[in-house]
Design a protein around this ligand. Structure first.
Ligand code: SF4
Length: 343
């Protein structure tokens, strides 16, 4: 699977389960129209499909179904301690979709959700209204409301089917006190390229060494293509964030990640990058345990990790070694105040 076109998505989603209430939304209708051959199955509540017991995430991943639903509440969540937020106080994320069309071995969604099927929430006006209200009520009025909208998914990868990025960029253009981050591994930047760049939107690309992509980031575009998308977005005037996250302590990680940084800034002008984030592998323990029960086919789950405050991650010494290495290499390219590190 890759995002060079949408034919792979179309063949994946043979069934569309649609909540009866979702049919009323134009966003749902436009998605349904993308799947002329899919079987449309009306349902009362997405949970009847998504939260069924005894589903197997990786088996479902081979043939994902799409569920269109109406989210009833919780349109914003406070930002997680697992994320870097550049000292932005009003930090939130939302969930426009459950799950992701990619299938990274280290992805915590495998442990978080009972199903690999994709749920797309179609009531975007309710999300916008909740965001407007949060902007008005934000605690630090000297800073914008900062919302990560592609937090538990990769929205841009699925943009040709569910055009959330377009809708949210257009929304942000009308909201002076909003800053959104759209994080992706996709190269589908062309799907939003006609939109006018705005500094209220950060386009954030996750970058990994090609060997890590090949081994652990199933279905995602190669590094070089991600860098091309980054460069095009920068040339078009977008604020671009580069995310070296998660850094995995694979054999020879210093050489792999040192080369990644060299290749990145050999291709992209560091002065044109808004900022950079760095983080090592980390995962909530309950998600990690659930994945471990389901998967023996990836060594990323079977490394020597430690438990720290309900989070599975590398030992403090190894984290320090990795972040010191990454920090030193990055500081030779980009000023320290534009680098955020999860420790
Ligand atoms: S791109 Fe992100 S959300 Fe998607 S599978 Fe990979 S880690 Fe998970």
């Amino acid at each position: 699977m890759n995002d060079s076109g949408n034919s792979s998505w179309l063949s994946n989603f043979s069934h569309l389960y649609v909540e009866r209430a979702a049919f009323d939304y134009s966003f749902a209708q436009s998605i349904i129209n993308r799947f002329p051959r899919a079987r449309i199955v009306p349902i009362d509540d997405y949970k009847s499909i998504f939260a069924r017991p005894r589903q197997h995430f990786q088996i479902q991943k081979r043939s994902m179904k799409l569920i269109l639903a109406v989210k009833k509440d919780r349109f914003l969540y406070p930002g997680s301690g697992h994320s870097q937020h550049f000292n932005l106080d009003n930090f939130y994320y939302n969930t426009l979709m459950f799950n992701c069309v990619y299938n990274c071995d280290y992805c915590y969604l495998q442990g978080m959700y009972p199903s690999a099927n994709v749920v797309a929430f179609v009531n975007t006006p309710d999300y916008f209204e909740a965001t407007r209200q949060a902007i008005a009520e934000r605690s630090n009025i000297h800073q914008p409301l900062y919302v990560c909208i592609s937090y538990d998914t990769d929205l841009l990868a699925f943009e040709s089917i569910t055009p959330y990025c377009r809708a949210w960029i257009e929304f942000a253009q009308e909201q002076p006190d909003l800053l959104i981050e759209i994080r992706t591994k996709s190269t589908a930047y062309r799907a939003i390229r006609d939109l006018k760049a705005t500094d209220r939107v950060i386009l954030a690309w996750t970058l990994s060494p090609q060997a890590v992509i090949d081994r652990y980031e199933k279905g995602t575009p190669p590094l070089r293509q991600r860098l091309q998308a980054v460069q095009t977005a920068i040339e078009d005037g977008w604020a671009v964030r580069l995310c070296f996250d998660p850094v995995l302590a694979v054999k020879g990680w210093q050489a792999a990640y040192g080369h990644l940084i060299e290749e990145t800034f050999g291709y992209v002008d560091p002065a044109a990058v808004r900022d950079v984030t760095v983080g090592v592998f980390r995962m909530t323990k309950s998600y990690f345990d659930r994945i471990k029960r389901q998967r023996q086919d990836t060594d990323v789950i079977y490394n020597d990790y430690e438990l720290e405050d309900k989070t599975i991650t590398y030992s403090a010494a190894q984290r320090q070694e990795i972040t010191a290495f990454m920090g030193e290499r990055l500081r030779s390219c980009i000023p320290e105040e534009r680098i955020a590190v999860w420790t």
